[in-house]
Design a protein around this ligand. Structure first.
Ligand code: PLP
Length: 452
């Protein structure tokens, strides 16, 4: 049977008509079983067409958790709501891997894309750039807490990290990278080598990965900062060109380091002639209640990697570096030895500029701090929640119940949340920064039922 690309009740609707469903800030409305009939038919196609890795992962997770792990198929999303192919409505506490910090399809972001698309859909990257690319570079360099900043735009987080790693080699002449156990920086080959999230991700490709990468242990928030820095110091050597770190490990399980750790790392790196690359792809743009955590920690990164939220749902990323460090790119041969067809894409730049406006106008940085604190306090009162950690609206919960089973039960109550940590033992909550607080209360009630 051929499956229509979109269910009829969605395609028949006028794109501007939000009245029947009013997606945005609505509570869940879900009919079991999940996925429904249309979703199952679409998933059958998917299983035939997509890399078997994803189907195998689902099967393995189902076996491990004892609960079905079939996904739902997203058909529409607006604000904090997602609608699946069967018309079920969910509240999204994933922000689509942290990218929809201003909510899905924010009207200002959509309007910016709509106005940009007919004017200039694609330009000539770094050769004949677009107005939007230059506008976005101005905004990013004005925002980034970096001395005399210069930036390279790209599409994905992995690409931003790759730019930073290459910059460090050019600037220091040293191949060594120190990263952290549990850290996640993307899976293209440069970042993968420094991805401490799980050795199994690197293992099949080891022979093609940078062999000069070492991993230091990641300290817990309660660890002594002196001890944690001493552990790092044991991994430093004269080959080291870069220390690569997330200010809070996101995918690794919302793991917050002890106060002073990132600042201490900057000192250690600099004492050894290495650069500090801070990966704020997940934590940046207000997610953790600060525009950037490096600001809050009082750390000046040599290179800062940005992505996810920046594009408001479009793929846009950036590596911003100190002028002195980025100057290394001017050396080689006058060639643009690091570029990409779609880097600085006009649609992405338009979306990013609108997203930065929304973050400012809706005061989302301060809101994330205030709402995140209240949400964390409320979550601590839910029986069966063992611990709540994180900052702003990046929270990680340890539960008395298996997290994968709890995630599935929450989905069936209409709440989208993801397990984090290599052992999938942390429930990660990263809702849009402008989510209605009533929906967070609804989530707490659903979680109470799930853990009862
Ligand atoms: C901290 C961090 N860095 C880098 C990445 C990679 O980004 P992308 O998946 O866009 O390549 C991620 C993605 O989750 C991330 O959380």
């Amino acid at each position: 049977m051929r499956v229509p690309a979109e269910p009829a009740h969605l395609t028949d609707r006028d794109a501007n008509d939000t009245s029947p469903l009013m997606l945005g800030d609505l509570p869940p409305l879900v009919h079991l079983p999940l996925p429904g009939r249309k979703g199952r038919a679409l998933l059958d196609s998917l299983a035939r067409l997509e890399s078997p890795a994803f189907t195998a992962r689902r099967a393995r997770r189902e076996e491990k958790s004892g609960a079905a792990q079939d996904p739902i198929v997203w058909a529409e999303a607006r604000g904090s709501n997602v609608l699946d192919a069967d018309g079920n409505r969910y509240v999204d506490l994933t922000s689509g891997f942290g990218a929809a910090s201003v909510g899905h399809a924010h009207p200002k972001v959509v309007a910016a894309i709509q106005s940009q698309a007919p004017r200039l859909l694609h330009a000539l990257g770094d050769l004949h750039p677009s107005t939007g690319k230059i506008g976005l570079l101005e905004r990013i360099c004005a925002l980034a807490p970096i001395e005399n900043p210069r930036a390279v735009l790209s599409l994905t987080g992995s690409e931003a990290v790759e730019t930073a790693l290459k910059t460090a080699v050019l600037a220091t002449g040293r191949p060594g990278v120190l990263a952290f156990e549990g850290g996640y920086h993307g899976l293209s080959q440069g970042p993968l080598a420094a991805c401490g999230y799980a050795a199994s991700f690197r293992q099949p490709f080891l022979e093609q990965l940078n062999p000069h990468v070492d991993f230091a242990p990641w300290p817990s928030e309660q660890a002594s900062v002196e001890g944690a820095l001493a552990d790092v110091a044991a991994h430093l050597n004269d080959d080291l060109g870069a220390v690569l770190v997330e200010p809070i490990q996101g995918r690794g399980g919302v793991r917050v380091p002890p106060p002073g750790f990132i600042a201490g790392l900057a000192d250690l790196a600099h004492e050894h002639g290495a650069l500090l690359i801070v990966d704020e792809i997940f934590t940046g743009f207000g997610r953790c209640g600060a525009m950037f955590l490096v600001d809050e920690y009082g750390v000046e990164a040599d290179l800062l990697c940005l992505g996810k939220s920046l594009g408001g749902g479009m793929p846009v990323s950036a590596c911003v570096g100190r002028g002195k460090v980025m100057a290394a790119w001017g050396d080689p041969s006058g060639e643009a030895i690091h570029t990409g067809t779609f880097f600085g894409h006009p649609l992405g730049c338009a979306a990013a500029l609108a997203t930065l406006d929304v973050i400012a106008e809706e005061q989302l940085v301060a809101r994330a701090e205030r709402v995140g604190e209240a949400f964390a306090t409320r979550l601590r009162q839910v029986p069966g929640v063992v611990s709540v950690r994180g900052r702003g609206l990046m929270l990680g919960l340890e539960l008395q119940r298996d997290v994968m089973v709890a995630t599935r039960a929450l989905l069936e109550q209409g709440y989208l949340a993801l397990p984090a940590g290599a052992a999938a033992d942390v429930l990660q909550l990263v809702p849009p920064l402008n989510i209605d607080e009533a929906l967070l209360e609804g989530f707490c009630q659903a979680l109470t039922q799930v853990l009862a």
